[in-house]
Design a protein around this ligand. Structure first.
Ligand SMILES: [Fe+2]
Length: 271
């Protein structure tokens, strides 16, 4: 396998699910893109951001004790192309991208994602990160989005402002009442009753805290704590791997940096 790609395997058992369902979860690819339509200023800014991440991504990896070598010293665009090649080979049920897909909203980056994701041929579900806006047409749409599988569903939530809108929370509560098992996908991890200490150590910027901040964020955390239909959550933002429990038995996985080749393969089966 390409030495850029590092796969982390996780499993989830959901009673009543038939068969075996494989998903790939990638986060924080922070794409810095320029193309033939970019102005000199746009290109210079993109190259400047790329150079900054070339240093910072290594610092994050060292901070989390994650391996980092020459294979990881490639541009965000080169890395993303390798991730998509891997996704094509694996042919998962869906590729889940949990935000900071782009380093910032910029025309060349938007053109790039709008072109390469649909062309990849793998169904994808993107949520926006705090570096992004609520919508990028054809890539991620505003509001709560649902992807149905066989006996469970993926649910994408926009929490990039460390809060969730009232409208989106109402929709989540409707989904919760359906009782169909859900895997929630969002960008900023939550600090809830079961993992507050573990998440708070990253600092206030790095979680949606059930005891602090805006009511929309606190209500989101309460829902994750109390809704039995939530079976697991996938997110990113902290740029390192963590596997904690929101409440006992309900795991929240933060992905390592996609921009250094981390792919998290989630296999869902019945019991
Ligand atoms: Fe990020």
């Amino acid at each position: 396998m390409d030495p850029y790609i590092r796969v982390v395997d996780n499993e989830l058992k959901i009673p009543g699910v038939r068969g075996r369902h494989v998903f790939l979860h990638v986060s924080d690819t922070h794409l810095c893109v320029w193309d033939g339509l970019s102005s000199p200023e746009e290109r210079a800014h993109s190259e400047e951001r790329e150079a900054a991440w070339m240093r910072q991504k290594e610092a994050f990896a060292r901070g989390f004790g994650e391996p980092f070598g020459d294979a990881q010293r490639i541009t965000t665009v080169e890395g993303f192309s390798k991730l998509l090649s891997f996704a094509r080979e694996e042919a998962p049920e869906a590729l889940i991208l949990t935000g900071d897909n782009l380093e910032y909203m910029h025309p060349a980056g938007e053109r790039f994602l709008e072109r390469v994701l649909p062309a990849c041929g793998v169904p994808f579900l993107c949520v926006p990160g705090n570096h992004e806006t609520a919508a990028l047409e054809g890539v991620w749409e505003p509001g709560v989005r649902v992807v149905e599988s066989d006996g469970f569903r993926l649910v994408a939530v926009d929490d990039r402002t460390q809060s969730v809108s009232g409208e989106d929370l109402d929709r989540l509560e409707e989904l919760a009442e359906d009782g169909i098992p859900m895997i929630l996908c969002y960008h900023i991890p939550v600090a809830a009753s079961g993992n507050r200490e573990a998440m708070r150590k990253y600092g206030v910027y790095f979680s949606v805290d059930g005891e602090r901040g805006e009511e929309g964020g606190r209500r989101f955390v309460r829902l994750l704590e109390t809704c039995p239909a939530v079976k697991m959550t996938l997110c990113g933002h902290i740029h390192g791997y963590s596997d904690t429990e929101i409440v006992p038995g309900r795991r929240q996985i933060t992905a390592s940096q996609g921009m250094i080749g981390f792919v998290h393969r989630l296999t869902v089966t019945g019991t």
